[in-house]
Design a protein around this ligand. Structure first.
Ligand SMILES: C[S@@+](CC[C@H](N)C(=O)[O-])C[C@H]1O[C@@H](n2cnc3c(N)ncnc32)[C@H](O)[C@@H]1O
Length: 214
């Protein structure tokens, strides 16, 4: 058995292989060695395999729902890699999983799920994090209602034509929702192809908001 993604992975996604190195470069400084990470919406599992291969001693828990879950299970069954966990079923509409993680990572999911699931994904992630844990979102965002580029505006139109409930989210909406769960935005990192990496840190219950840098 190999420990690399092969081109015949089911639902292989070119975008994931294009962005994985850039995301890993950020995760390398965000995650301490030995971190336990839950990935929501793992898709084909390409990111999971790449990150376990490139991050020090990470323990990576992939998760997804249909229509990706079956392909994710089949793809990862062929991989033999220490630190890569067996995929679990996770629909953020229900979020019926337990456990504790140092980080919850989620790439290109916020604009796929409907806006009314933003509270559920945010609360679900926050509940699985200890104080200081990170909620890390990769994907395109709008700022004060405006797209950052024409290509993101076109992408949004394409998404909505496919599923009217999907669409690029306003960072302010996600940030406000995160704050209700004691998740503080600590980084908003520009990434290739007009994407961002948003990093939220879970604050302790007795955190004094006046000390926040934001
Ligand atoms: C565009 S794909 C991104 C896949 C992968 N993360 C990547 O960046 O290539 C969107 C993912 O979100 C997942 N997804 C959609 N709705 C979901 C939900 N309600 N709960 C959990 N995952 C969901 C899909 O199954 C799919 O894997």
């Amino acid at each position: 058995m190999g420990n690399e993604v092969s081109a015949n992975f089911e639902l292989f996604n070119n975008a994931a292989s294009n962005n994985q190195k850039f995301i890993a470069d950020e995760l390398k400084w965000l995650l301490v060695p030995g971190s336990r990470v839950l990935e929501i919406g793992s898709g084909s599992g390409q990111h999971a395999v790449y990150f376990v291969n490139h991050l020090k001693e990470v323990n990576w828990q992939p998760a997804d729902k249909e229509p990706y879950f079956g392909a994710l299970e089949r793809n990862l069954k062929r991989i033999s890699l220490s630190g890569l966990e067996k995929p679990i079923y996770l629909d953020v509409a229900k979020f019926a999983i337990a456990g504790k993680f140092d980080a919850v990572f989620c790439a290109n999911v916020m604009h796929i799920i409907s806006a009314d699931l933003i509270p559920s994904i945010t609360a679900g992630a926050a509940n699985l994090l200890d104080d200081g844990g990170l909620f890390i979102l990769y994907g395109p965002y709008k700022y004060r209602g405006a797209f950052t580029t024409e290509s993101n505006a076109k992408f949004d139109e394409w998404l909505k034509a496919r599923d009217v409930r999907s669409g690029i989210r306003d960072i302010e909406v996600v940030q406000a929702e995160a704050e209700t769960q004691r998740l503080e935005l600590i980084e908003d990192i520009p990434m290739p192809a007009n994407n961002r990496l948003l990093v939220f840190r879970k604050l302790s219950e007795n955190h004094d908001v006046s000390n926040s840098g934001f």
